[in-house]
Design a protein around this ligand. Structure first.
Ligand code: M6R
Length: 596
């Protein structure tokens, strides 16, 4: 993961620091900055949040050159030594890098055998140790050519006024305006400062000074088109909320409404009609983490409407021997649009002729740019690492897409009453989202759960998909061990773990499944486990004794499970806060996973 920034211009330290704050979602194990002031490097590093760096930096208004980095540790512990920038032996060259150098051990051994000394364990240090005194384009290119793996690299020398850059598989963008140049891992750093930017493609490299950027590919100079920044400056604040996560949960209703309007626009109708011209025979939904969990629900809807659909974890895709051709619709779901594993499958599907549709929340992301078709989630910036409003948006988008595809499938297709009804009345009926539901009950449940070391989630059908997401949410921000499984699977193994030290959250959004949930909970209770029922269904009083707590959630209409999703997100949030964790920035994680 990691985020990198480079800057040439006035108030260099200030601009680098502000950029780092914006890129902190990419990793917050440590951060660092090196600026060149009158031929001398000034370096600042700190462990943890970027704000820890602020009181170390000596800010300077004058023109300067610098690079900076916020780290999500891959190689080497979280130490100041492993924090970027990294340096050549003579400390005249500084490097920041996002990605993973796969052959760094071989390269390091070679350098060690030549007498080069290393101070840390980072793969990036190996790049830096190839340099001495100064950087020429030839030398830079020869070092890049030795690297195997993924990288966005920025390099400066204390003897020059240039920033050298190279990109392979990790994102890198450059903006230039009035003697100011900025490099960044995403374009949010350019908002309000620049109108145009360049997107670097894999294999491109070059250098920039305050007046120009020179691009190369395959040893030849190339010219590049720049893109306009259309988005307004978008600043996200917590408002009245203590954490971004809670604020973002509360934004879900608006986000869902926007998707409902968006899916009915002529733009989306045209997009779907274009896709349908390809006589789609198979649909794959592809994503990681919460995006995958959203795809699981989407898959059910595509199947419900007659499509042959599957949902595959991006990181497992290559092992599934999946057949793809020009009648295969590959739907890539990603909040950030930068998830490495997802983008890797996108490249693979493109080479096989698949039709690639991106569903993402970030307009200028790599996924947006590489997809054949794009559906924007328009959920607004999601800052908290735990995906909430974006996950919900992905679920709603996938379900509505399935319905709309069915609706537009045939020229003279007349939908049967049931389907047509759903499409026509969705606006009124599906979105009865109750954001304020059961607040005190949910807090009480969170208090109860926070005392346990093991939390299980069970459900059946779509409720199992929701259980998976509820469990992921809890573990990522509360650090409590959690596992989700289909309720009838308990007796095939996991029941062995159930005792008085466990609590299970049973989910039921369909009346015809309540019996199965009741019998599963009886099995758990018989082993001393505690059970909390989260349901929109009616339950006969005689069965109340099978549960330690029952939370009745109001139905959210046709997508009646949405209020349950929100309840689970809130439970996870409250457990995290009870345990004094920062739910916005959970340990060991980052918002955007740009490494394999
Ligand atoms: O940006 P993406 O949607 O591609 O991210 C995928 C996962 O990394 C992400 O959903 C992750 O699982 C969340 N932190 C879960 O809350």
């Amino acid at each position: 993961m990691c985020g990198i920034i480079g800057y040439i211009g006035f108030e260099c330290e200030k601009n680098l620091y502000e950029g780092l704050k914006k890129l902190e979602y990419r990793g917050y194990d440590s951060s660092g900055m090196t600026t060149n002031r009158d031929g001398k490097f000034n370096t600042y590093k700190s462990i943890g949040r970027v704000e820890n760096l602020s009181n170390k930096i000596i800010f300077n208004n004058k023109n300067g050159i610098g690079i900076a980095h916020t780290r999500w540790a891959t190689h080497g512990n979280v130490t100041l030594q492993n924090a970027h920038p990294h340096f050549s032996e003579d400390e005249k060259i500084a490097i920041v890098h996002n990605g993973i150098i796969e052959n760094y051990i071989d390269l390091k051994e070679k350098l060690i055998s030549q007498g080069v000394k290393f101070y840390g364990e980072s793969d990036t240090e190996v790049i830096a140790k190839h340099f001495k005194k100064d950087i020429s384009l030839e030398k830079f290119k020869s070092v890049i050519d030795k690297l195997k793996g993924t990288y966005a690299i920025l390099a400066i020398s204390c003897n020059s006024d240039k920033i050298f850059f190279a990109k392979n598989k990790s994102p890198l963008y450059i903006a230039l305006d009035k003697e100011t140049v900025m490099f960044s891992s995403d374009i949010s750093c350019f908002f309000g400062k620049f109108d145009k930017f360049y997107t670097l493609e894999d294999g491109e490299y070059g250098f920039a000074d305050k007046n120009s950027i020179i691009f190369y590919k395959n040893s030849k100079k190339i010219s590049k088109q720049c893109n306009e920044i259309k988005s307004k400056l978008c600043i996200s604040s917590k408002g009245r909320f203590k954490h971004f996560m809670l604020k973002e949960i509360f934004e879900s209703k608006k986000v869902g409404n926007n998707i409902l309007k968006y899916i009915q626009t002529s733009k989306v109708t045209k997009l779907i009609n274009d896709i349908l011209k390809n006589d789609i025979e198979k649909i794959y939904l592809i994503g990681c983490g919460s995006a995958y969990n959203a795809g699981l629900i989407g898959k059910r809807f595509f199947r419900l409407y007659g499509y042959d659909a599957d949902c595959i974890l991006a990181s497992e895709f290559e092992h599934e021997n999946i057949f793809i051709n020009n009648k295969t619709l590959c739907i890539f779901i990603s909040q950030s649009g930068e998830t490495y594993d997802t983008l890797k499958v996108l490249d693979l599907c493109k080479t096989k002729g698949g039709i690639c549709l991106g569903i993402t929340n970030v307009e200028y992301s790599t996924l947006s740019q590489k997809s054949d078709y794009l559906l924007s989630l328009n959920a607004g910036v999601e800052k908290a690492v735990a995906s909430t409003k974006a996950y919900l948006a992905q679920v709603v988008m996938c379900c509505l897409l399935a319905i709309k595809m069915k609706y537009l499938s045939y020229d003279n297709y007349i939908l049967d009453n049931k389907n047509y009804d759903i499409y026509k009345r969705f606006g009124k009926e599906y979105y009865n989202l109750d954001i304020n539901l059961n607040e005190s009950n949910l807090k009480e449940i969170a208090e109860f759960i926070s005392c346990f070391k093991y939390v299980f989630y069970i459900g059946k059908g779509v409720d199992y998909d929701i259980a998976l997401e509820g469990s992921l949410k809890l573990k990522e921000i509360s650090y409590i061990f959690s596992l989700a499984l289909p309720c009838l699977e308990l007796k095939h193994g996991t029941l062995a773990l159930i005792d008085e030290n466990t609590v299970t959250i049973a989910i039921c959004s369909e009346q015809n499944l309540i019996d199965k949930i009741i019998s599963s909970s009886q099995e758990i209770k018989a082993r001393g486990g505690k059970v909390i029922l989260l349901t929109i269904c009616d339950i006969e009083e005689q069965y109340n004794k099978n549960f330690d707590r029952i939370i009745k959630v109001s139905s959210s209409g046709k997508l009646n499970f949405l209020n349950i999703i929100i309840s689970l997100q809130k439970i996870a949030y409250y457990v995290a806060t009870i345990k004094c964790n920062n739910p916005d920035m959970p340990k060991n994680l980052a918002k955007s996973v740009t490494v394999e």
